[in-house]
Design a binder for this molecule. Structure first.
Ligand SMILES: [Cu+2]
Length: 252
């Protein structure tokens, strides 16, 4: 490779390394949604904060490591008359670079214990209960009827249409009919496997009205790509009206 080509490659790599990570970070922070879509659940900010802490730590280490690599590439490049030296490593340095990430991991775990307990611990009292069952290749949604209980004759069911009232705590029972699916609503920061034979329990409280999508985040078969649900977060009144329409349609 010619020196010019090598230099231009190095310059391009340097630009990608040094500019790429902070630029993407800035875009993500600026609401341009490069990293994450807008978070619209009550626990989304806590999850995003953890995400960005990890991104900052790994980003700084990444840039530092790549910059060092570049400096070493230039500084210790092959030169006539200079022999390579053999080194066996340095135990002290290895202990340090193992201990620091370990300490960071432990710190992250303790620091985010509260967020974990909130999202995955005992769900808060709920206003609404929904059962969502994954199936090759659709989401079956089941609402309690007038009796407020699931799996009774007055249930209201839909396929791929999930409506939720805004600012209400919804308890979701997640099931699967056949294979492992994964219920994923990026804006909620919710992703949970639906496992046959098990009922997963999750909860969400949406803070903003809008149209979202449910993705299946587990390769569940040939039709996986079209396993797509539509999620509407709306006012309690609109939700009640929609549910009444569904019930009327079901009874005709
Ligand atoms: Cu699936």
């Amino acid at each position: 490779m010619s020196l010019r080509l090598r230099l231009s490659n190095a310059a391009a790599a340097l630009a990608a390394w040094v500019l790429g990570a902070p630029a993407a970070w800035a875009l993500g922070q600026g609401g341009m949604k490069v990293w994450l879509p807008e978070g619209v659940s009550t626990f989304a900010p806590a999850i995003d904060r953890l995400f960005y802490i990890v991104l900052w730590i790994t980003g700084i280490v990444f840039v530092a490591v790549q910059a060092t690599l570049l400096v070493f590439l230039v500084r210790y490049r092959r030169r006539p008359g200079r022999r390579a030296a053999y080194t066996h490593g340095n135990v002290f340095v290895e202990i340090v670079w193992t201990a620091i990430p370990a300490a960071i991991l432990v710190w992250l775990a303790f620091f985010n214990q509260g967020a974990w307990a909130k999202v995955r611990g005992t769900p808060p009292p709920h206003d609404l209960e929904v059962e969502i069952t994954g199936e090759q290749f659709a989401w079956n949604i089941r609402y309690t009827g007038a009796d407020g209980m699931l799996n009774t004759p007055d249930d209201i069911t839909t396929i791929n249409q999930l409506h939720l009232p805004v600012h209400q705590t919804v308890l979701i029972h997640l099931k699967s009919k056949d294979v492992i699916h994964s219920f994923f609503v990026p804006q909620f920061r919710v992703k949970q496997d639906a496992v046959p034979g098990l009922t997963g329990r999750l909860w969400v409280n949406a803070v903003k009205e809008g149209q979202l999508e449910i993705a299946c985040a587990e390769l569940c078969g040939l039709g996986h790509y079209r396993m797509r649900g539509f999620l509407t977060v709306e006012s309690s009144e609109a939700f009640a009206a929609w549910l009444a329409t569904q019930l009327a349609e079901q009874n005709t």
